[in-house]
Design a protein around this ligand. Structure first.
Ligand SMILES: *Cc1c(COP(=O)(O)O)cnc(C)c1O
Length: 370
């Protein structure tokens, strides 16, 4: 992270990052992603690592493509993860709008909630978290432990029975109550949607794509696919829009970790349209660009499948990289299955975007060894 200069509010209003060029795409004069206010939170660029040992374990060059792992688990903000990229834009937006507090929501082991609480600390904002739980007294472990260490104001509500990530009425009511309470005390709350998935949040992975496309070009790589774990779809919105704007060589291939495909497609397209408008480019993304494979969800969000557990162990034992049981384990299970079934060939190169989530390992304990 660059050395911070000035107050948080001054910092997010600073001039655009000098290293980021203005982009002109297919004749459209675009507003560079570098001109949009951004509050520095992440340590960038994250490494791009070739997983040689994993390739060997999956059959070697005869059977397995080359796999490049983009280490967004190493974004640096409070144990890392993809939300740091979104939060750079979301927190800047909150500060510009004069917010004094942020409110967000997610499951009790939400990585997004933990990273929002951390970002709020760095920006001098209060943070309230509305977290859904399927048990009455969830163990104070993993992300929830970190939320408390960060002294976020935690509100627990019962999880909707289908374990989807969908925000339900009880969550909306609690957010409204928390917001009203903050306002009555003279605070100005800014509500960040679940997963940080909004047009502003999607800018994080437009910028992330610019970074990755640059790394690939420097390394002379042209991967055919990018695999990643898809939840609330803000990452997808940024990745697909970024892939169009910066002419990425790869197809963006999401492995779903929860259901609700049709509604989420609509939301992703909304996020794309908003982000594109902020950048001054046409949305140029259609439903056919939103590839989300729902074949690896298993019983539901947050419930690891046997293949997910296998993927977690395999990555630990080959690359000493930890995956998480809710997101990246399932995404890697999808990639491994595609290798084994020959959906992707040994002559290809693919990118696996490691979106983080590692603290949730500690809320599962030895069940991960089963
Ligand atoms: C939030 C999250 C995702 C999914 O990102 P969305 O933008 O919600 O789709 C993937 N992996 C991890 C570890 C996450 O925390």
């Amino acid at each position: 992270m660059p050395t911070p200069v000035g107050t948080p509010r001054e910092r997010c209003l600073r001039p655009p990052h000098a290293a980021w060029p203005r982009h002109t795409t297919k004749g459209w004069e675009t507003m560079s992603i570098g001109t949009i206010p951004r509050f520095p939170l992440a340590t960038l660029p994250t490494p791009l690592h070739e997983a040689h040992r994993l390739r060997e374990a999956l059959g070697g060059p005869e059977r397995c493509p080359r796999i490049l792992i983009k280490r967004d688990d190493l974004t640096g903000l409070a144990l890392g993860g993809n939300k740091a990229r979104k939060l750079e834009f979301l927190i800047a937006d909150a500060l510009r709008k004069g917010a004094t507090a942020v409110i967000t929501t997610g499951a009790v082991q939400s990585n997004h909630a933990r990273m929002t609480a951390a970002a709020a600390r760095l920006a001098g904002l209060r943070c309230s978290l509305v977290l859904t739980t399927s048990v009455e007294d969830p163990p104070i472990q993993g992300n929830l432990l970190l939320d408390h260490l960060l002294q976020a104001d935690v509100h627990l509500v019962p999880a909707p029975p289908d374990k989807s990530l969908a925000v339900d009425a009880a969550v909306d009511e609690t957010i409204a109550r928390v917001a009203a309470d903050l306002e009555s005390r003279g605070e100005r709350p800014y509500v960040i949607p679940v997963g940080g998935s909004s047009g502003v949040g999607a800018l994080g992975y437009v910028a992330g794509t610019l970074e990755l496309v640059g790394q690939l070009a420097n390394a002379g790589e042209a991967p055919t696919r990018l695999y990643y774990a898809s939840g609330s779809r803000g990452t997808q919105a940024g990745l697909v829009l970024g892939a169009k704007i910066y002419s990425a060589p790869y197809q963006v291939y999401g492995i779903a970790v929860s259901g609700g495909g049709a509604d989420k497609d609509a939301r992703a397209l909304e996020n794309v349209a908003e982000a594109a408008a902020m950048l001054g480019v046409p949305p140029q993304v259609t439903e056919s660009d939103l590839i989300t494979d729902e074949g690896y969800i298993g019983e539901g969000y947050g419930i690891p499948t046997p293949e997910c557990l296998e993927a977690i162990r395999l990555l630990a034992q080959t690359e000493a990289i930890f995956l998480d049981p809710s997101y990246t384990g399932k995404a890697m299970a999808g990639l491994i299955d595609h290798v084994r079934r020959g959906v992707i060939g040994p002559d290809e190169t693919v990118v696996f975007l490691h979106t983080g989530g590692v603290p949730a390992i500690f809320a599962h304990g030895t069940r991960l060894l089963e």
